[in-house]
Design a protein around this ligand. Structure first.
Ligand code: PRP
Ligand code: MN
Ligand code: MG
Length: 180
């Protein structure tokens, strides 16, 4: 897997440091609110795990699985709910955890859905913001890094389901995805 790296964009240390910062901010904002933290599977799984360890207030967690990319390197714009929440959202202070926001279509769909279910408040934490190809306007309340318009993988982000377990974020060599 490490042979597929063209360039490391964010090291494990950079990611962990930023995650700790975001966790501190969220801890300050959510004292006594018992937030419901929603992980958007599968990409956000690594970030969710590390971020939770840095939030020092009582909270609950839940998971949603949606998919828009399939095996392509670009968003199809079609959001499919693969797994819905188990938790009642009405009246809850919800925080959505995403690995990356690209077109914004996935989150814009999810936010609409959570508002329709009458959450008390809704905020977004995203490790990565790729603003160049935004199609839906998204306000990122807690943002990790703004990144260039390059295809990246690792730390939860996949190409055809691969590389999610790599602890850093990197640009793969073009031959990795050009032969697909
Ligand atoms: C990726 C990523 C975000 C979404 C961002 O998920 O994890 O959830 O795309 O793209 P957008 O802003 O253009 O909607 P993907 O659909 O690949 O599913 P995955 O998390 O299971 O890999
Ligand atoms: Mn995702
Ligand atoms: Mg994906």
């Amino acid at each position: 897997m490490h042979n597929d790296v063209l360039e490391v964009l964010l090291t494990e240390e950079q990611i962990q440091q930023k995650t700790a910062e975001l966790g501190r901010l969220i801890s300050e904002d959510y004292k006594d609110k018992n937030p419901l933290i929603i992980c958007v599977l599968k990409g956000a799984v690594m970030f969710m795990g590390d971020l939770l360890k840095k939030i020092e207030v009582p909270l609950e967690i839940d998971f949603m699985a949606v998919s828009s990319y399939g095996t392509s390197t670009e968003s199809s714009g079609v959001v499919r709910i693969v797994k819905d929440l188990d938790t009642e959202v009405a009246g809850r202070h919800v925080i959505i955890v995403e690995d990356i926001i690209d077109s914004g279509l996935t989150l814009s769909y999810l936010c609409d859905m959570l508002h329709r279910r009458n959450c008390a408040s809704l905020k977004i934490v995203a490790l990565l913001d790729k603003p160049h190809r935004r199609k839906a306007e998204i306000n990122i309340d807690y943002k990790g890094f703004e990144i260039p318009d390059a295809f990246i993988v690792g730390y939860g982000l996949d190409y055809a389901e691969k590389y999610r377990n790599v602890p850093y974020i990197f640009i793969p060599k073009p031959e990795v995805y050009s032969k697909a």
